[in-house]
Design a protein around this ligand. Structure first.
Ligand code: SIN
Length: 329
């Protein structure tokens, strides 16, 4: 009798399990900045909302600070479905699309207002699809901010950068940008920059206030120049392979959540641009120099010719769309 009951129970469990035990989807989100950075906070907010609204259906695991992968490796891991979300800067997709080079053109975006205007425009939104033929889906732009430049000497005129080794992200446009001032650009992972600056492997770097502060670059650079010469923008990406495997209702809810979080990241980034700059100045560990309009114009005059070399692969229409945003911001 006991035997009959046991086998009946096993049969019921086997029949019921596909319906009652739908497997929880785990999204691994790997990134390279700290948890307090705009991207780090965005990832935490995303996890919170997803796990509230898709409770029991989707769980998000966050791996900050290059704990799991650096930005080069994360894109390979994404395509292998080892991670399902990442948000590298648009500068790191050279191998996957040339179009996102738009965001690396020096002195193109007038300010973060123009950047947000472009990314939320029809043109900006359609540019999100640029890496789809390589299996990468852009889910949204996440703001960080305007880049500043630093070294162990004041960088006031373009000549001051001559001969210095600057760390750059893996972008040929950023390489050309530094070559235009006769400097030596070195592609390097974000996780290696602090040590490279501290040991003199490189002389300088460019980044946003939030990265300069959270990664302590200002502690190992005597001089930092408020140059606002470029932008640092992220793209929240997933793989086609993962995204297409999601049930429709979950993909739709995730899209909604991502929209909400994306708007919040703009707030985090704008706040960080101010508070992190203030904190770096207050620390007194680096001398902060602000370029006058005419000094800044000299850098722009030397760097802007880089545009012509890359305009074809980026698309002149995209550059013009940014210029339209510049005019109204
Ligand atoms: C990041 O903000 O994700 C890293 C930027 C960099 O590599 O400089």
């Amino acid at each position: 009798m006991k035997k009959i009951i046991t086998s009946a129970l096993i049969t019921i469990t086997l029949i019921a399990s596909p319906i009652t035990l739908a497997k929880e989807i785990v999204i691994k989100f790997s990134h390279v900045t700290t948890e307090k950075s705009p991207k780090g906070k965005g990832a935490i907010l995303l996890k919170k909302i997803v796990e509230e609204r898709l409770k029991g259906k989707v769980r998000v695991e966050i791996y900050p600070n290059s704990q799991l992968y650096n930005d080069k490796a994360v894109l390979k891991a994404l395509l292998l479905n080892d991670v399902q979300l990442a948000a590298p800067t648009l500068s790191k997709f050279n191998k996957y699309t040339k179009k996102w080079g738009l965001f690396d053109l020096p002195f193109l975006f007038k300010n973060t207002g123009a950047l947000n205007c472009f990314t939320s425009s029809k043109k900006g939104q359609s540019l999100l699809n640029s890496a789809e033929n390589k299996g990468i889906i852009g889910l949204g732009y996440w703001l960080n901010g305007m880049k500043q430049i630093s070294a162990n000497r004041p960088l006031i005129t373009p000549d001051d950068a001559k001969g210095l080794k600057f760390r750059i992200m893996s972008s040929d446009i950023l390489k050309a940008q530094f070559e235009s001032v006769d400097a030596n650009p070195q592609k390097m992972a974000f996780s290696e920059v602090y040590n490279a600056l501290a040991t003199g492997v490189i002389d300088g770097q460019e980044n946003t206030w939030s990265n300069i502060r959270s990664k302590k670059f200002f502690e190992v650079q005597k001089d930092t120049t408020v140059s606002n010469h470029g932008v640092l923008e992220y793209v929240l990406v997933t793989s086609k392979r993962f995204w297409n495997s999601l049930p429709d209702d979950i993909a739709i809810e995730l899209e909604k959540i991502i929209k909400e979080v994306t708007a919040k990241v703009v707030e985090y980034a704008l706040d960080a641009a101010q508070t992190d700059m203030d904190a770096v100045i207050k620390s007194g560990k680096t001398n902060v120099h602000t370029l006058t309009d005419s000094q800044r114009q000299k850098w722009a005059n030397v760097m802007k010719p880089v545009w012509a070399k890359f305009a074809g692969e980026i698309g002149k229409d995209n550059i013009e769309a940014v210029q339209h945003c510049n005019a109204i911001n």
